[in-house]
Design a protein around this ligand. Structure first.
Ligand SMILES: C[S@@+](CC[C@H](N)C(=O)[O-])C[C@H]1O[C@@H](n2cnc3c(N)ncnc32)[C@H](O)[C@@H]1O
Length: 258
């Protein structure tokens, strides 16, 4: 991919999330997802950890880790999302989170600075996740943990194509929901010992899903048309309801820096 295209995807992320930042502070999927407490549980925290949250958005993951660790540095590409995160942290009197602007694929931290790196619902926006994984390994101390939570796509080719199409119509800054197999292979290539720690169905209420991202009406109608014409096996895999609400798969990967 050329550098120009890369810049376009990253400006698209900033444009998309900059205009809807407040929606992500209150989104049920983001503020209350069942993966949040699983992420904290599988980290087996002692309270002394320094944690980096990458693609922190409005900070829900950082806010959940902060009471259990010494410090959280929360990084995101989009200033508007960071501003919402700072507000939530101050409302909750959490003084051990610092929000900073930054790019997952080129981190501004020294080698081995962190005990734990976490990232939730952001990796599907990264054009080069392999570069991000290389960076996480670099900033983690030996034996440090990387905990990734994201939507994963289907191994089935037809369902996979539909998921990527729906996501892209809803949000032009979407790059790809990787499959579990693809993530495990990328994590192994980056020298992480990784396993799938938890999986769940991410239930998406259709109207809230498109309103949250300010999806244009034309695209909303195209998504509905795609659902209407989808093969039955795709409709079953995505649990499509009469109001177009549906479910995708979520996966939580626990990795140790090799
Ligand atoms: C859905 S939000 C994150 C949700 C949040 N982690 C949570 O737990 O609620 C996705 C975020 O990824 C950020 N993002 C996308 N690409 C990024 C990159 N290359 N580096 C840093 N942040 C990025 C976007 O700005 C956006 O705020």
């Amino acid at each position: 991919m050329s550098n120009n295209q890369t810049k376009d995807i990253k400006s698209s992320v900033q444009h998309q999330f900059g205009q809807v930042a407040a929606n992500y502070s209150t989104s049920t999927v983001h503020a209350q997802g069942i993966d949040l407490k699983e992420m904290v549980k599988i980290a087996h925290l002692t309270g002394a950890e320094r944690v980096l949250d990458v693609g922190c958005g409005t900070g829900h993951t950082a806010l959940n880790f902060a009471p259990h660790v010494a410090q959280v540095i929360a990084v995101d590409f989009t200033e508007g999302m960071l501003a919402q995160g700072r507000l939530l942290a101050s409302e909750r009197n959490l003084a051990n989170i610092e929000f900073r602007q930054g790019d997952a694929e080129k981190l501004n931290f020294a080698d081995g600075e962190f005990d734990v790196v976490v990232s939730r619902y952001s990796a599907h926006h990264w054009p080069h996740p392999q570069n991000a994984l290389r960076e996480f390994r670099r900033v983690l101390r030996p034996g440090g943990q990387f905990i990734l939570s994201d939507v994963v796509s289907f191994d089935d080719f037809t369902a996979d194509t539909f998921v990527q199409a729906l996501e892209l119509l809803r949000d032009p800054s979407h790059v790809r929901d990787h499959t579990t197999t693809q993530w495990l292979s990328m994590l192994a290539a980056a020298n992480f010992q990784a396993e799938v720690a938890f999986t769940w169905d991410v239930q998406l209420e259709f109207n809230a899903w498109v309103v949250r991202m300010a999806t244009p009406t034309l695209n909303v109608n195209m998504i509905k048309t795609l659902f209407d014409g989808a093969p039955q096996e795709v409709r079953t895999a995505l649990q499509v309801a009469p109001d177009y609400s549906f479910a995708v798969q979520g996966a939580l990967f626990h990795s140790v820096r090799g």
